[in-house]
Write a protein that binds this ligand. Structure first.
Ligand code: UD1
Length: 344
């Protein structure tokens, strides 16, 4: 029964969305990709079609448009689930333009949930959340029951509010079951080298900045601070291979479709459980690429937490999911991808 399940993937041409589409297809799901291309490229669809050797269904649309969302659910009334990635995700931009973030990230979710609520069939819903909801956690590794503090940015706040909206909706909805996945730091690219991360403009995240520096797009990388109370003074994060992360979505949607959940709403950390410092990431890059990276130590970046890595026991036990790929494997795949796209 699962084999034929149809799933709408919003933001399906984005970084995590596209890797999840590939994984869903590999597991026998039929996928409807929805994306407005505001922060993604149509070339990703070509990459996915090469991986899946299939003509994929793609709907270019803006989920803020209520009537379009209505039409989407009329057209694909026989879906089993929705995996909702579509959202704005730049922390810095969200501070400068908070209303863009509240509009993009909240309205799209509300439009989707309203339509789902009006359906007669059961719908399984997966939401892209973030470890950013924890801020600087009191206890490490971070467990799901860590107290949620006031968000550090409008972006982080949208993730908190969206989780609350979903939880509240699940309490009364007759047909909705949902899981929020709180991602730690996704990196890497698909083993086919057909899809990967495509940052628009100057990347803010560490790994794309490392690979772009090594390929010659930037003179040097600045390590944001080496005076943190960590193993080597640089910040510690939980870097997870995007393919492992994509697989967590498959486990989650299967759990919902197969009715294995006790409650209508649940949330999970998705990380490796292992923290790596910025310098450890650089060392890993230098090892797998055989390139000496040009970097300097600079001041701290505003808003960075010292250390964040996941306690993954809940996901391991309940979702029967565990990350399998190493930091070196993730970084090598990111480097292979960077070398491939250097002329784009
Ligand atoms: C960032 C976002 C977070 C989002 C996550 C996933 C911020 C404050 N947080 O997390 O909300 O969920 O991405 O995409 O933007 N670093 C450098 N030099 C660089 C870039 C980064 O030293 O040029 C360091 C940072 O200080 C940090 C680590 O590398 O310690 C990772 O940074 P980044 O990749 O931006 O991820 P986060 O800050 O963890």
């Amino acid at each position: 029964m699962i084999k034929k399940s149809k799933i709408i993937v919003t933001g399906g041409l984005g970084f995590i969305g596209s890797h999840t589409v590939a994984e869903l297809h590999a597991q026998g799901f039929e996928v409807i990709i929805v994306d407005d291309l505001s922060n993604s490229s149509i070339n990703v669809l070509n990459g996915l079609e090469k991986i899946t050797k299939t003509k994929l269904i793609f709907e270019k649309m803006d989920l803020k448009n209520k009537s379009l969302v209505k039409k989407l659910f009329i057209k694909y009334h026989d879906i089993s689930g929705v995996i909702h990635f579509a959202a704005s995700k730049a922390v810095g931009e969200s501070v400068i333009d908070p209303l863009k973030y509240y509009e993009n990230n909240l309205i799209t979710l509300i439009n989707l949930l309203k339509e789902i609520n009006s359906l007669k069939t059961k719908i399984s819903f997966i939401f892209s959340s973030s470890c950013t909801v924890y801020g600087q956690a009191k206890k490490l590794p971070i467990k799901e029951d860590e107290k949620i503090k006031q968000a550090e940015s409008p972006y982080g706040n949208t993730k908190q509010i969206c989780e609350e909206i979903i939880q509240d909706t699940c309490k009364t909805s007759k047909n909705l079951k949902a899981i929020s996945l709180r991602y730690f730091n996704p990196i890497g690219a698909h083993p086919s080298n057909e899809i990967g991360e495509l940052p628009i403009g100057k990347p803010q995240n560490l790994v794309p900045f490392i690979t772009q520096t090594a390929i010659g797009k930037h003179k040097e990388l600045t390590v944001f601070g080496n005076d943190y109370p960590t193993i080597d003074g640089t910040c510690v994060r939980d870097y997870i291979h995007v393919v492992d992360l994509a697989k967590a979505h498959i486990q989650s949607i299967k759990r919902l479709i197969e009715n294995k959940t006790v409650s209508n709403y649940d949330f999970f950390n998705v990380g490796t459980g292992k923290g790596s410092s910025v310098l450890e990431v650089i060392t890993s890059f230098e090892k797998v690429s055989n390139i000496k990276l040009n970097y300097k130590i600079g001041p701290r970046r505003n808003g960075d937490v010292n250390e964040a890595y996941a306690d993954t026991q809940k996901a391991n036990n309940v979702l029967d999911w565990k990350s399998e790929l190493s930091l070196d494997q993730a970084i090598l795949s990111a480097w292979n991808w960077e070398r491939k796209i250097q002329n784009i």
